[in-house]
Design a protein. Structure first.
Length: 249
């Protein structure tokens, strides 16, 4: 049986400083939302490796991490060539989710992005939720600090969702787990929004629900609702909700 080892005390928090690259930015030179997702999931993976429950540890038992929800508050979005520091830590879990938070700071140590994420573990063969051996009740390997006060919540869909377009999942959408990478859902969602809206001003918050995985060759239908308060995009496979993204500007 797989057993998480949280007796490691040397890396409760993992930080990395990097420079925002041109290919990570949009037409305004701002860090793209899906680039942010790529950066934080990579850092999360490296921190999980250091704590003994990363990809290579879990895959031995046919278990993989899957991001289920994420809540992000943008105080300011980083720009091209800016040096930023991303900090992440693992907060333990409950009966369903494991929790991980992130803080992005600028060179003057001002916090500019705050995020919290909720993860599940799945069986890579059955593709069903599978709880790994419970984390020991020893918090020496955890950091119980909260980047945001509340965990990411379920998005309530507005009543005026309208069909926008469809696409087929292609090879470039897939990750090492054989399903669409979570950052791709954010890329798909932002591509649904009109250019004038998405490039007009950066969002102040983003909520994401990853409801079901999608695989190669599947058709995804996109629906959108636009209001003064928020933009909501949902991706569906037939009648099944694959993901939902909510942006506030």
């Amino acid at each position: 049986m797989l057993k998480f080892n949280l007796l490691i005390t040397k890396m409760k928090t993992l930080s990395e400083t990097c420079t925002v690259k041109s290919y990570e930015t949009d037409i305004n030179g701002n860090l793209r939302l899906f680039s942010f997702m790529n950066i934080v999931q990579e850092l999360a993976g490296r921190h999980a490796d250091s704590l003994g429950f990363g990809y290579e540890d879990l895959i031995k038992e046919n278990i993989a991490w899957v991001l289920a929800r994420m809540q992000v508050q943008f105080i300011r979005i980083p720009v091209w060539k800016e040096n930023i520091t991303i900090e992440t830590w693992h907060k333990g879990g409950d009966r369903l989710f494991w929790y991980r938070d992130f803080i992005v700071s600028d060179r003057d140590k001002n916090e500019i992005i705050l995020a919290t994420s909720s993860w599940v573990t799945i069986d890579t063969e059955s593709r069903r939720l599978r709880k790994a051996t419970p984390i020991e009740k020893d918090y020496s390997g955890l950091n119980l600090r909260d980047a945001l006060a509340d965990n990411a919540q379920k998005i309530i869909l507005p009543s005026d969702m309208k069909y926008e377009k469809s696409k087929t999942v292609t090879f470039s959408d897939l990750d090492i787990n054989g399903h669409t990478n979570n950052a791709k859902y954010i890329e798909w969602a932002t591509d649904i929004i009109s250019l004038g809206t998405i490039s007009g001003k950066p969002p102040v918050s983003m909520t994401v629900n990853f409801n079901l995985e999608s695989r190669y060759g599947e058709k995804i239908d996109f629906y959108i609702s636009v209001s003064k308060e928020r933009i909501v995009i949902e991706g569906k496979r037939a009648d099944n909700s694959i993901f939902t993204v909510q942006l506030a500007f």
